[in-house]
Design a protein around this ligand. Structure first.
Ligand SMILES: [Fe+2]
Length: 377
């Protein structure tokens, strides 16, 4: 059970070297710089660690391709898995939302279907990437704590985020921004939208604070890593730090990002934000955070291929982030933030999750992907 990849441009944690990597029993056994005659010739292509994705909504989009249309869950999972592995991602946290929306009741039952599919897919070895679950908890929702209780003890659940999308704060810092984003999507009249917004404020007042306390307490007991979501103010960051959160997902202001990073939280931003040159909901740009040295993790969010594309674009876009630093943002740093210490870097003794990449101009093209030494794409 041994293989060697030679004539590779290897992205190590702090430098790029030319040489070979030996894999034995699914682990990285040796890294040698210089020429070698043994093994598979990578023709000078880049060899980077398998990417670690903490927050993708992509499975939900396959399961519910249209409002009201629900796909066979294992079929959805397999299609999603092919694209994830083909995008160089060897460890993926599939994000599932818990806590019912007014327009989507019974959320917990849908999540149950997806969780069962992931457990089946992992147990019978049909998946290319290693899948884990990220529970996205919408705190103002009346049934989010019941849903959390239902899933938090499962071995695949290793990450949870605490979110509050009430209009007028965090992701939607003004009520008018919220209205602009949702009114057409929800197909509501002006008066219906007013009533909807009022209802959201009432739910927040009733549930948010106590649901946050209950979920954090229960999740930390279960050994789950936590992410804050859309933190905007110093008070939000202070609350996240006090709660023992390890990841700051999508901070919406520079202050929140800087202070989260300084406090030792891994600041996570969307890779599509890098590729598109800004946030789709009009908040801060990930590239600006990277330039300021306070971007730690990228996530593909809603486009799997964005992860590797953003990592390769970041050095040129920022001027001060090196390629090894950009690769760390999509591999070792997210792995550590999610308490996975066995993977995420090309280092002897780590898992042989590897991606062979060839650049066509500035666009990375993925040639091969290995998970624990096995070719998966
Ligand atoms: Fe959000």
């Amino acid at each position: 059970m041994e293989s060697v990849f030679r004539n590779a441009t290897i992205v190590l944690p702090d430098e790029v070297v030319t040489g070979s990597v030996r894999v034995a029993d699914g682990m990285i056994a040796a890294i040698d710089s210089g020429a070698s005659q043994l093994g598979e010739d990578l023709g000078g292509d880049l060899l980077i660690p398998g990417l670690v994705e903490l927050h993708t909504d992509h499975l939900e989009n396959h399961y519910r391709p249209r409002p009201g249309v629900y796909w066979n869950p294992l079929g959805a999972l397999q299609a999603h898995d092919v694209q994830i592995a083909g995008s160089g991602i060897t460890t993926v946290f599939d994000a599932v939302r818990i806590g019912s929306d007014p327009d989507m009741p019974g959320m917990g039952d849908h999540v149950q279907v997806l969780v069962d599919a992931i457990a089946t897919g992992m147990a019978d070895g049909r998946l290319r990437a290693e899948h884990m679950i990220h529970l996205r908890c919408e705190l103002p929702s009346h049934d989010v704590v019941d849903d959390f209780e239902r899933f938090c003890g499962l071995p695949l659940v290793k990450l949870a985020s605490v979110m509050d999308h009430t209009p007028g704060q965090r992701q939607f810092q003004t009520v008018s921004k919220y209205r602009q984003y949702y009114q057409n999507r929800l197909r509501l009249s002006e008066a219906e939208m007013d009533a909807y917004i009022e209802e959201r404020h009432a739910e927040q007042a009733t549930y948010s604070a106590r649901h946050r306390r209950a979920i954090i307490r229960r999740g930390l007991e279960a050994g789950i890593a936590f992410a804050s979501h859309d933190d905007a103010t110093d008070a939000h960051v202070a609350e996240s730090v006090a709660d023992g959160v390890s990841i700051a997902e999508f901070p919406t202001t520079m202050i929140a990002a800087e202070h989260s990073h300084q406090a030792g939280l891994a600041v996570l931003m969307g890779a599509p934000n890098v590729v598109r040159g800004g946030s789709h909901s009009g908040n801060i740009a990930a590239v600006d955070l990277a330039r300021e040295g306070c971007l730690d993790v990228l996530s593909s969010d809603y486009v799997p291929g964005a992860l590797i594309q953003a990592a390769f674009q970041l050095p040129a876009l920022t001027g001060n982030v090196t390629l090894p630093e950009a690769i760390r943002m999509v591999s070792s740093t997210p792995a550590k933030a999610a308490h996975l210490d066995d993977r995420g870097e090309i280092v002897v003794g780590k898992r042989a999750d590897l991606v062979r990449v060839r650049l066509h101009g500035d666009m990375p093209v993925i040639k091969s992907v290995w998970r624990a030494g096995q070719r998966v794409s």
